[in-house]
Design a protein around this ligand. Structure first.
Ligand SMILES: C[S@@+](CC[C@H](N)C(=O)[O-])C[C@H]1O[C@@H](n2cnc3c(N)ncnc32)[C@H](O)[C@@H]1O
Length: 220
């Protein structure tokens, strides 16, 4: 097993045990990027949304309440189980499907089948630069022409950049969680062949985490 595969396996166990120990850890209010994505997706005429790294679903549930049909994926069964429980309680089970999926594998979806993709703090997980490129290519494959992708990532201006154990490729592990801190070159490279609509700086949480919210659109 390569060092990257070992790190990925350890991170999957880390997220699974964290959701088991702290159900609903991000709260039930939607994130600010999800609110932005909902209005951008609506303006683009989107109906079917894929959310990757949905966790326990604070944003998937919000997007469903906003009227979108949501396909939520994550590699933590515990997180997705909590999402399903909340969806049933809120009468949203018919609008949300969940699928256990590791984004290092190809997306289990056909070409051009979704209108929009959302991923809050997923691309900056323990993924190598080449795995991130492969994932964004997969997003482009499953999106319809003119489909929209909104993602957020922690970046090299974050207080935890360089802190903890270094795994190379801008990946640092701190408190058991590994993060790939993005630089602007990577954001621009990932938008190759897309229209880069916006790169917006924002903060979240108490650290605070410093992030970019990136919005990019496929050509027609
Ligand atoms: C920082 S949390 C954000 C969760 C959610 N987007 C939110 O903001 O509430 C990152 C999420 O990505 C998931 N994740 C990390 N690496 C993953 C991978 N390789 N494949 C699928 N999901 C992954 C974790 O289980 C976790 O739910």
């Amino acid at each position: 097993m390569t060092a990257g595969e070992q790190l990925g396996r350890a991170q999957r166990a880390q997220w699974q045990s964290t959701y088991e120990a702290h159900p609903g850890m991000y709260g039930q209010e939607p994130s600010a990027p999800a609110r932005h994505a909902a209005s951008f997706f609506r303006a683009a005429g989107a109906g079917v949304v894929l959310e990757m790294g949905a966790g326990h679903g604070r944003d998937a549930l919000y997007l469903a309440r906003e009227g979108f049909t949501v396909q939520a994926t994550d590699f933590s069964a515990a997180g997705l189980g909590q999402l399903q429980d909340r969806a049933r309680e809120q009468g949203l089970a018919g609008q949300i499907t969940t699928r256990l999926h590791d984004v290092r594998d190809p997306l289990p979806l056909p070409d051009s089948c979704v209108d929009a993709v959302f991923a809050h703090m997923l691309l900056c997980m323990a993924l190598s630069t080449s795995e991130i490129h492969a994932l964004v290519a997969e997003v482009g494959r499953v999106l319809r022409p003119a489909g929209v992708f909104v993602y957020t990532v922690r970046h090299v201006g974050d207080a935890h950049y360089g802190a903890g154990a270094g795994h190379g490729d801008h990946i640092y592990e701190h408190g058991g969680f590994a993060v790939h801190f993005f630089d602007r070159v990577l954001v621009d490279d990932l938008a190759d062949g897309w229209v880069l609509d916006e790169v917006h700086s924002f903060e979240e949480g108490e650290l605070p985490r410093r992030l970019w919210r990136v919005t990019q659109t496929l050509p027609r």
